[in-house]
Design a protein around this ligand. Structure first.
Ligand SMILES: *[C@@H]1O[C@H](CO)[C@@H](O)[C@H](O)[C@H]1NC(C)=O
Ligand SMILES: *[C@@H]1O[C@H](CO)[C@@H](O)[C@H](O)[C@H]1NC(C)=O
Ligand SMILES: *[C@@H]1O[C@H](CO)[C@@H](O)[C@H](O)[C@H]1NC(C)=O
Ligand SMILES: *[C@@H]1O[C@H](CO)[C@@H](O)[C@H](O)[C@H]1NC(C)=O
Ligand SMILES: *[C@@H]1O[C@H](CO)[C@@H](O)[C@H](O)[C@H]1NC(C)=O
Ligand SMILES: *[C@@H]1O[C@H](CO)[C@@H](O)[C@H](O)[C@H]1NC(C)=O
Ligand SMILES: *[C@@H]1O[C@H](CO)[C@@H](O)[C@H](O)[C@H]1NC(C)=O
Length: 495
């Protein structure tokens, strides 16, 4: 996150430049220059057929300068710079000459305006190579608590891709998961016995902080994701229909909710999926109803652990806030929805059942209520208009990427030609995946495939990278993509 500069500190900043260069033509550069002298700041945009969105926002005495670059390969996106300025002149560079016009923000403010959006075009392929001064440092030590049925697989893909790109080490489970549903133990991490600390950790577990800390760096950033408890319960019912004993003998969620205690026995196999699942995943005790005081204590403690708690219901907003918290470029949080259910697997929830689900999952409801409130406080601090602008930008990039990489939208596993991209299926629910566009170049195939590789296959891929000597025996190569990810030979696309 960028530091807020105000008062005397801000006066030290006199000018900064956002610069982009074209990889194919390094001589062609595009800059945004902001110069401040005394209380006057001037922004000069020297763009040639480039697209940059510059939002200049000025409050009472604070100027916020945000530059977003429309660029699929950008490494850095300019964050906000704040500085004290009573009057600001914004000079817009002439696209061919670099000369500009001046906008007197004092008079704009007089007209009740508090921001200004300027746009022009930057084609894809531009690379932002230099941003000065450096505003924040990208985080590489991260723990994501993956909760169930909360879009966690899509977040996992973000972390896998990032770690893959930067060759970061992952704390991987010795077996399939980290001993879930038991509380996490450090000894379940592959390689824990070497005393190694890992950069990233993101596979399913039942959270236990003290054990997680044993294998992670001291400056690790923690985050997790929650979802509306009614949605979680509905998704869990269809996904864990045959896994949770409470669900096995009942035909629909409606009939389950009419008399849940008839089917549900605390502690019976798989029943963690049947009630207060998020609460359980966070490592909290599902069998004891906390008092209000205890509840507040629990929330305070969670607030202290997790740098941010995302909401699956506001996924794009979550990705934007996350990438700022991690100081990552926007492109690193562009995603395609993974592990989603087919429409046929989604039954509508009646109003009556929704009310009962809320009561049945009252601990999850309390949790969601608390973190929904803090999420929107966080969003308000970030700036709702700014959040919205970046969400639009994220969606636009998603569209461009989908048009480039995908053949149509998400499809059922059996329709996916390349078996390596078929997601794991559980029970009768249809879990969707993607087909890549035929005819992609080798580089494009590699890049695009990372966005759609289902989590088990991606985990194997990371495993191969981290433990090359042990991977041979462990991995079923028939379903796995080794390193590097290869495009199937032309004419043999149907593996
Ligand atoms: C920029 O400068 C050129 C050359 O002086 C001029 O022809 C053009 O109209 C200017 N463009 C704008 C947008 O002012
Ligand atoms: C900007 O506008 C304000 C209010 O209209 C005016 O007092 C001031 O002189 C203007 N500044 C410049 C540099 O034109
Ligand atoms: C990636 O990291 C591993 C250690 O985790 C190291 O052995 C390997 O050389 C690194 N590879 C590259 C390409 O940096
Ligand atoms: C399901 O119903 C059958 C027959 O009524 C019964 O034998 C079995 O114990 C029930 N299973 C569960 C998990 O309740
Ligand atoms: C599933 O439903 C959504 C929302 O109703 C719709 O937009 C989408 O096209 C549907 N997908 C399929 C594959 O039918
Ligand atoms: C979440 O918070 C927002 C903003 O305060 C509010 O509008 C919304 O109703 C809340 N949702 C729930 C489920 O409490
Ligand atoms: C992989 O595929 C080959 C050929 O189809 C088959 O003989 C082999 O048993 C498979 N291996 C595993 C582990 O499934």
């Amino acid at each position: 996150m960028a530091t807020l500069m105000s008062g005397p500190t801000s006066r030290r900043i006199r000018s900064f430049v956002f610069m982009t260069t074209n990889a194919e033509n390094p001589a062609s550069q595009s800059c945004v220059l902001l110069k401040c002298a005394g209380q006057l700041c001037t922004a000069m945009r020297i763009c040639r057929r480039h697209h940059c969105l510059i939002i200049v926002a000025f409050g009472a005495t604070i100027l916020t300068f945000i530059a977003l670059y429309h660029d699929l390969t950008s490494e850095l996106v300019g964050g906000p710079q704040h500085m004290a300025a009573d009057s600001v002149s914004v000079i817009l560079g002439n696209e061919s000459q670099g000369k500009g016009s001046t906008i007197n923000t004092t008079s704009l403010r007089g007209h009740g305006m508090n921001h200004l959006v300027l746009q022009s075009k930057i084609p894809a392929g531009q690379k932002i190579t230099k941003v000065w001064p450096e505003k924040c440092k990208a985080r590489h030590h991260i723990m994501f608590l993956k909760t169930h049925k909360t879009a966690g697989s899509t977040v996992l893909n973000v972390l896998y891709r990032y770690g893959d790109h930067w060759n970061l080490s992952f704390a991987l489970p010795v077996h399939y998961q980290f001993g879930y549903p038991s509380l996490f133990r450090a000894t379940w991490v592959k390689g824990h016995d070497t005393g190694q600390r890992f950069d990233l950790m993101c596979n399913h577990m039942r959270f236990r902080l003290s054990e997680v800390k044993k294998v992670m760096h001291p400056d690790t950033f923690f985050f997790t994701i929650l979802r509306h408890p009614v949605e979680v319960a509905a998704s869990a019912f269809s996904y864990y229909k045959s896994t949770a004993s409470a669900f096995r003998n009942v035909s629909s969620l409606d009939s389950f909710m009419q008399n849940p205690l008839h089917f549900f026995h605390p502690g019976a196999q798989g029943n963690n999926y049947a009630r207060n699942l998020m609460w359980f995943d966070l490592g909290l005790d599902p069998h004891k109803k906390p008092t209000q005081t205890e509840l507040q204590k629990i929330f305070t403690s969670l607030d202290n652990i997790f740098g941010i708690v995302l909401l699956a219901d506001y996924f794009d907003e979550s990705m934007v806030l996350l990438r700022h918290a991690l100081c990552w470029p926007l492109d690193d949080v562009v995603t395609f929805k993974l592990n989603s259910r087919s429409n046929a697997s989604m039954a509508a929830i009646s109003q009556e059942t929704a009310v009962r689900l809320r009561q049945w999952n009252s601990l999850d409801w309390a949790l969601y209520f608390h973190f929904n409130t803090s999420f929107w406080h966080h969003a308000a601090r970030f700036g709702l208009a700014r959040l919205d602008a970046e969400v639009q930008e994220l969606r636009a990039r998603k569209k461009v990427l989908a048009a480039h990489c995908l053949q149509g939208s998400a499809v059922e596993g059996r329709i996916i030609n390349d078996k390596r991209f078929r997601p794991f299926q559980l029970g009768s629910v249809q879990i969707l995946g993607y087909n890549l566009k035929p005819g992609l170049s080798r580089e494009e195939f590699t890049r695009c495939s990372r966005f759609i590789l289902p989590e088990l296959q991606y985990k194997d891929r990371i495993y191969v990278r981290q433990f090359p000597s042990k991977a041979q025996a462990r991995i079923n190569w028939n379903h796995t993509i080794g390193s590097p990810l290869r495009r199937p030979p032309v004419g043999k696309a149907k593996a």
